[in-house]
Design a protein around this ligand. Structure first.
Ligand code: 17E
Ligand code: FE2
Length: 429
């Protein structure tokens, strides 16, 4: 199969700057390329590839082609439960945790699977093909873990699901918390989680991180910590995560999610912390939709935004990706599983609105997220890699973001798994 005239990752020049008469020259200038797909892989990528005998040809006519979107941080087990059994009226993380604890009492495998199936379909329609989900393991029956482990296998042609064993109510502050974590890892979780800012004491916080990261090192698992998701400038789980990542040589197998306290750290502390963060090579995930909603709730005015320091981390060469975190659940009452909304909010709240910032923002939910998930070896539009990509109804990412362009098609291993036709436009008279 030959895909002609793809504007891969924005090409070079904005297509609208080319006049239609000069197509040949313009094509080269725009950086349009052809992609040949064979046996589910990119067999060839180049300008003006000659069709082979009877090869199927699809002319993309300059549309934007990106590697598939990646959801690098979401809680699938809690999705689509907003209002059950009550709404989160304070908009705090803590009322979310209390509300989920009530809903969790009624969890069944069927309930989890029904909701996750619906959510993953929303995500797939939005061009997502890889999902890292945190699954709450502070449940003596580990119901959600069992359900999502089954789904990871059942949905694998459609989406690659990575599972973090996430101790929502703590490792040391929840009965039998350490054993539940070991059980979840032995059942097949891909990554070990932790929640240092929710543990009863600072000592528990540090001990929970040591426990989680030693376990990951021992079992060969990844690490993804809900780290300092609070506006308390004294919440310093991050330095422990980074130090252990360095000392245990886990490096980029480790991710610090949320790190919203970093928004409130004093600059002198951040300046010295940055050295350790770089040495540790850990990844960061910011969740701009959810943390602009949950943070700053103890403030009067001014109210903190509470999203981590994305611009500064990125400028230091540290990998940052963006996650949606929640889809319609006790922590966030909105969401349709689109990474576009996440990027849109992220650019605003992190004040990353320069032309290049906007044009390149897809990286937070594609290549950067691939680094977070540790899947870069099998991800990206390169010869020999799986032919997985999305085609957007836009000429470049700037326009895709601005006009909220639909994903026209999502190809996975050379097979189309989702498509949409742009809806009829409103007529003006
Ligand atoms: N649990 C948590 O601790 N933090 C969050 N942001 C969500 C669940 C969504
Ligand atoms: Fe989260």
């Amino acid at each position: 199969m030959l895909f002609k005239n793809a504007n891969i990752e924005n090409g070079a020049v904005r297509a609208s700057e080319c006049s239609t008469q000069e197509t040949a020259d313009c094509k080269a200038e725009e950086g349009l390329l052809d992609m040949r797909v064979k046996n589910g892989k990119f067999a060839e990528i180049g300008a003006n590839l000659t069709p082979e005998d009877e090869e199927e040809i699809i002319d993309l006519r300059g549309k934007l082609v990106l590697p598939p979107f990646i959801e690098s941080h979401v809680h699938l087990d809690t999705c689509l439960t907003a209002g059950e059994p009550k709404w989160n009226m304070s908009g705090t993380l803590f009322e979310g945790i209390e509300t989920w604890a009530l809903r969790k009492e009624n969890l069944t495998k069927k309930d989890v699977k029904d909701r996750v199936n619906r959510a993953v379909r929303l995500q797939a329609a939005n061009g997502i093909q890889f999902v890292r989900t945190h699954v709450d393991i502070t449940d003596p029956k580990l119901t959600a873990m069992e359900a999502i482990l089954e789904l990871r296998d059942e949905l694998k042609d459609f989406v690659e699901i990575q599972i973090v064993a996430f101790p929502q109510e703590g490792i040391l502050s929840y009965p039998n918390g350490k054993q539940l974590m070991v059980d979840a890892v032995n059942m097949g979780a891909d990554a070990v989680g932790a929640i240092p800012h929710f543990e009863f004491t600072r000592e528990y916080s540090v001990e929970s991180l040591n426990f989680a990261m030693n376990l990951a090192a021992e079992k060969g698992k990844l690490v993804d910590v809900h780290c300092d998701e609070i506006d308390d400038e004294a919440s310093r789980g991050l330095e422990t995560v980074a130090a252990r990542a360095l000392e245990l040589e886990l490096f980029d197998r480790v991710t610090a999610s949320h790190t919203t306290a970093m928004h409130s750290y004093n600059n002198a502390y951040v300046m010295r912390l940055m050295r350790l963060l770089k040495m540790s090579r850990i990844n960061f995930v910011a969740n701009p939709l959810v943390n602009t909603h949950l943070q700053g709730r103890a403030d009067t005015y001014p109210k903190r935004r509470g999203v981590t320091r994305v611009r500064e981390l990125t400028a230091e060469g540290i990998n940052v990706s963006f996650g949606h975190d929640d889809i319609f659940d006790p922590w966030y009452p909105l969401g349709c599983g689109s990474m576009r909304d996440v990027v849109f909010m992220g650019l605003h709240v992190c004040q990353m609105m320069g032309y290049e910032d906007i044009m390149n923002a897809y990286r937070f939910v594609t290549v950067n997220a691939a680094r977070t998930l540790h899947i870069s070896d099998r991800y990206g539009i390169e010869m020999g890699k799986p032919a997985s990509f999305v085609v957007m109804d836009a000429q470049n990412y700037y326009d895709a973001l601005n006009y909220n362009s639909p994903v026209l098609a999502s190809y996975r291993n050379g097979k189309k798994i989702a498509e949409s036709t742009p809806g009829a436009k409103t007529a003006l008279f």
